[in-house]
Ligand binder design. Structure first.
Ligand SMILES: [Zn+2]
Length: 283
């Protein structure tokens, strides 16, 4: 069907032949859409992170890693294993591994710093000489990218003979990340059954390693352990023990905190609730 404006071509106005006569100005529509978006702020992951510059203690190169902005995301609640859940679905643990794109050395933000010469040498020999790093330039880290970063950090921690607490904290945060990933998929459309099953299995494995690592650290390191005082560590261990069905240890950790003069009332209340749960499963 010829349009109302057909024939304009012969007038040298062919580019106007297919104009939508009653259509709104595209620019005007765009402005309206932008105004609407501004009225109803949507969750933007990039608002909560920034590029921070680090100096690599292994290869001496400067590089940037995406790090969470402090005080920006609103905390909803901590989980039983201390995972911090934020409003809007921001997944903080995605941004806690610093990875050097030149040599492949990676560590949790709190541990990224000076290394002993023997440790740097071990990383060069066992990580740098073998690693093939994935290149990515997105504004945010995907769950898979973040998981990859945690795995490299764990490999580096093993190679540099890190303390049990450092390895345990990497495992704990990986478990958080796997849970956040699973929860994200559960809210998406599509069939992710196999992936969700695999994430759940991996989470259990990382929880178990975190638990054993923190128990080892508790017996061999001085507090603070991975930034936790003894009450917080025992609170975490009580919860992990319950989760992993190690009930005798769970009971021991609860009693220790409940009789500790330095434990605050809120932690004691939470552990009294856990004690009730423990009594129920023991019946
Ligand atoms: Zn490096």
């Amino acid at each position: 069907m010829a349009g109302l404006l057909s024939g304009l071509e012969s007038l040298g106005l062919g580019n106007l032949e297919n104009m939508d006569i009653f259509g709104k100005d595209k620019k005007e529509e765009k402005v309206k859409a932008e105004k609407k978006a501004a009225e109803k702020p949507e969750f933007k992951e990039t608002d909560f992170i920034y590029d921070k510059t680090f100096k690599c203690p292994v290869c001496d190169h400067d590089f940037t890693a995406k790090i969470m902005k402090t005080g920006k995301a609103k905390l909803k609640k901590p989980d039983f294993d201390l995972r911090l859940v934020y409003e809007g679905g921001f997944v903080a643990e995605k941004y806690d591994v610093v990875l050097c794109p030149t040599c492949g050395y990676a560590a949790l933000t709190r541990y990224f710093g000076a290394l002993l010469p023997t440790q740097a040498k071990a990383v060069k020999e066992n990580i740098t000489s073998n690693i093939v790093l994935t290149k990515y330039n997105d504004d945010t880290y995907s769950f898979d990218q973040a998981l990859e970063r945690y795995k490299i950090a764990l490999a580096c921690a093993v190679v540099k003979r890190a303390k049990a607490s450092e390895k345990a904290l990497i495992c704990l945060r990986t478990a958080w990340l796997l849970r956040s990933y699973r929860e994200f998929l559960e809210g998406e459309e599509g069939d992710f059954t196999d992936l969700i099953e695999s994430l759940t299995e991996q989470e259990a494995e990382y929880h178990s390693n975190a638990y054993n690592g923190f128990l080892e650290a508790r017996g061999s390191e001085d507090v603070p352990i991975a930034g936790m005082d003894s009450v917080t560590l025992d609170y975490l261990l009580a919860n992990l023990a319950f989760h992993l069905k190690d009930y005798p240890t769970c009971s021991r950790m609860i009693s220790g905190v409940l009789t500790s003069p330095s434990a605050n009332a809120r932690i004691k209340d939470k552990l009294r609730e856990l004690k009730d749960e423990l009594a129920k499963v023991k019946q």
